[in-house]
Design a binder for this molecule. Structure first.
Ligand SMILES: Cc1cc2nc3c(=O)[nH]c(=O)nc-3n(C[C@H](O)[C@H](O)[C@H](O)COP(=O)(O)OP(=O)(O)OC[C@H]3O[C@@H](n4cnc5c(N)ncnc54)[C@H](O)[C@@H]3O)c2cc1C
Length: 393
């Protein structure tokens, strides 16, 4: 495996559990990429609507892909329990609509999920939003009991410990700088070489140009998170009466939740320009006050950014560069759950059964523009999408 995030570590764990010798190379430290920086939201389904997946693969394979998404979520509490991972796993989620058109889309989503056999979510509207969240910003939303939240780095480190306990070898500060493809794959780092029967590329938005074929299909989008000082139990309960994690429906969305020690963890983005906004904490504080105007007196104590790997169609990109070179990337903001699926399916494939991996692999992915036009085109495209958010189209 190249990459010590949730994808690489889950793959290593699944392989080692099957008795397969697993070696993982991480350029920095386990969790250095998106897996150690994300909002910790466990989100049902896929970033793409099911009708898009259905159009790509047909109804029956789309059903299998949906079911695998459900399996990815179910695997989290299973892993947490099995490996005794202390990561503050909690259930309950609210997808918030800022306007009528987003509310109508959410209603469609509820219906669509029911057609796929999942009837968990319910809709709330108008003043009923306040039973979920103390804000007047939203016109309504979907209450989703089957999605939730956890502390992502604690979860990842728990999985990494479990992987090592069953024999996987994880090497930090070991950037892969060159790959020789062939029957035996050779990966070179500054300190040595690893030879393997199979290579798994799990660098996602952080892989850079090491593998140009993959780089073109994933756009690294920056997102930023701020964590406030503790709000206190009483205020936290008042703002989040149902202790849900929240995301709104905008493309440049807000996503937030309470931490175990009752701080507000608030994420916002996204931007196709990878530069950190000047005055990041002030920018985040403004976004927070838009939702909770009363939080003028609360300091943001920590803030950071990270890169999310987004595909053109928002379906994760699972594939093979050669029969013995697998990859999974582009979870499009839903990697906390779907990386676990990637790990399971890649381990199944390496162990000789690729029938489930192929279901997702068959989805085609368009490349993003390359060369000098890449960044300006994407910044312009994001500008249009943000305008749509603002106008409520
Ligand atoms: C700010 C932010 C908030 C997010 N919020 C959520 C959320 O709430 N819910 C959700 O589901 N998803 C969220 N995501 C997305 C989610 O974090 C990712 O989908 C997921 O973590 C991807 O995991 P990964 O293992 O594929 O990639 P990563 O975690 O990015 O890991 C890739 C690793 O590869 C390493 N690497 C790269 N190149 C090399 C090399 N040459 N040699 C060795 N190692 C290399 C990197 O150092 C990195 O550690 C968020 C992402 C960000 C950035």
């Amino acid at each position: 495996m190249i990459g010590g995030g949730l994808t690489g570590v889950s793959t290593a764990l699944n392989l080692a559990e099957r008795g397969i010798d697993a070696v993982l190379l991480e350029a920095e430290a386990i969790g250095h990429g998106a897996s150690g920086r994300n909002g910790g939201q466990i989100v049902q389904g896929y970033s793409a609507p099911m009708e898009r997946i259905e159009a790509a693969v047909g109804r029956s394979d789309a059903q299998a892909i949906w079911d695998m998404g459900r399996e990815a979520i179910a695997a989290i509490p299973d892993r947490v329990k099995r490996h005794n991972i202390d990561c503050d796993l909690r259930w309950g989620y609210f997808i918030a609509a800022l306007n009528r058109s987003q509310l109508a889309d959410l209603r469609d989503t509820v219906e669509q999920w029911a057609e796929y056999g999942y009837r968990g979510p319910t809709m709330v509207e108008g003043s009923a939003v306040r039973s979920v969240l103390a804000t007047d910003l939203y016109v309504g939303g979907m209450v989703e009991p089957g999605s939730g939240q956890l502390h992502p780095l604690a979860y990842l480190l728990g999985l990494a410990g479990a992987a090592e306990a069953v024999g996987a070898r994880l090497f930090e500060r070991s950037a892969a700088i060159e790959i020789h493809y062939g029957k035996t794959v050779r990966v070179t780092t500054s300190g040595g070489t690893v030879e393997a029967d199979t290579l798994v590329l799990a660098g996602n938005a952080y892989l850079g140009r090491l593998v140009p074929e993959m780089n073109r299909k994933v756009m690294p989008v920056a997102s930023f998170i701020g964590v406030t000082e503790p709000l206190g139990e009483e205020r936290a309960r008042r703002l989040f009466p149902q202790d849900v994690a929240v995301a709104d429906c905008n493309v440049a969305l807000d996503y937030y939740r309470l931490t175990a020690d009752r701080r507000l963890l608030f994420g916002a983005g996204a931007s196709y320009s990878a530069t950190t906004p000047i005055g990041l904490k002030d920018w985040l504080a403004k976004r927070i006050r838009r939702v909770f105007p009363e939080l003028t007196d609360v300091a943001i104590e920590h803030a950071w950014g990270g890169l999310i790997g987004i595909t053109h169609n928002r379906v994760p990109d699972f594939g093979r560069l050669a029969p013995n070179v697998l990859y999974a990337q582009g979870f499009s903001g839903q990697g906390v759950a779907l990386t676990g699926l990637a790990g399971t399916l890649m381990a199944e494939t390496i162990a000789g059964d690729d029938s489930r991996f192929r279901l997702i692999e068959q989805v085609r992915h368009l490349p993003f523009p390359g060369g000098l036009l890449r960044t300006p085109t994407l910044v312009a495209a994001m500008g249009v999408l943000k305008l749509k958010d603002r106008l409520g189209w």
